[in-house]
Ligand binder design. Structure first.
Ligand code: AR6
Length: 189
């Protein structure tokens, strides 16, 4: 029995507790900042384990495409370097300023643009962290609803993604995601 697996059309959404740098999906998503130069949290972990090739590509992307930094809600792709995942999609979630500064739409954009980029590169399996809910302080209950509803809506429109994994760092975060998923998704039993 698959406990934390859900279906949307032909695709699966899977919830796991763990470290996203260990995932062997085609691509993992980084909760980056606009500089694309690395940082703490999941961003730091990805650069540490993935090695210098990721930062080299981020620097090239900054120089060529986004000299003033990657805007919130946008996404770019690099190699996965030494990671199991061949690629990393870097997106920037919103900093939480109370919820009335466009945060919900920007967070949804971060998920949507990451998925669109994966599809445009022919990637079929993707892992997400819980974007914005660490250093950027987005309340997890609210961020989780946006994450799951946005991914669900995307998968209903687009059948080129086979699997989306949400990799939650703590048991509490996993429980929050499970509660919302059980409300809005179809559980595989
Ligand atoms: N695997 C999965 N999830 C993780 C991991 C990991 N290895 N490490 C942390 N998390 P955060 P943000 C969880 O702060 O809020 C960085 O400095 C963490 O527990 O990584 O979008 C960037 O450079 C939390 O639930 O990202 C930016 O400056 C979630 O990942 C800023 O933080 C997101 O926490 C972005 O802040």
């Amino acid at each position: 029995m698959a406990l934390n697996e859900y279906t949307v059309g032909k695709a699966k959404i899977i919830l796991v507790q763990g470290d996203i740098t260990e995932m062997d999906t085609d691509v993992i998503v980084n909760a980056a900042n606009s500089s694309l130069m690395g940082g703490g949290g999941v961003d730091g972990a990805i650069h540490r384990k993935g090695g210098p090739k990721i930062l080299e590509e981020c620097k090239r992307i900054r120089a060529i495409e986004w000299p003033e930094g990657l805007p919130t809600g946008k996404a770019v792709i690099t190699t996965g370097g030494n990671l199991k995942a061949k690629h990393v999609i870097h997106t920037v979630g919103p900093v939480w300023h109370g919820g009335d500064k466009g945060e919900p739409e920007l967070l949804a954009e971060a998920y949507r643009n990451s998925l669109k980029l994966a599809v445009s590169k022919g990637l079929k399996t993707i892992s997400f962290p819980s974007i914005s809910t660490g250093a950027y302080r987005y309340p997890i209950e609210q961020a989780c609803k946006i994450a799951l509803t946005t991914v669900k809506a995307f998968l209903e429109e687009e059948d080129k993604i086979d699997k989306v994994v949400f990799v939650l760092f703590t048991k509490h975060d996993l429980e929050v995601y499970k509660d919302v998923a059980n409300e809005i998704l179809k559980l595989i039993t």
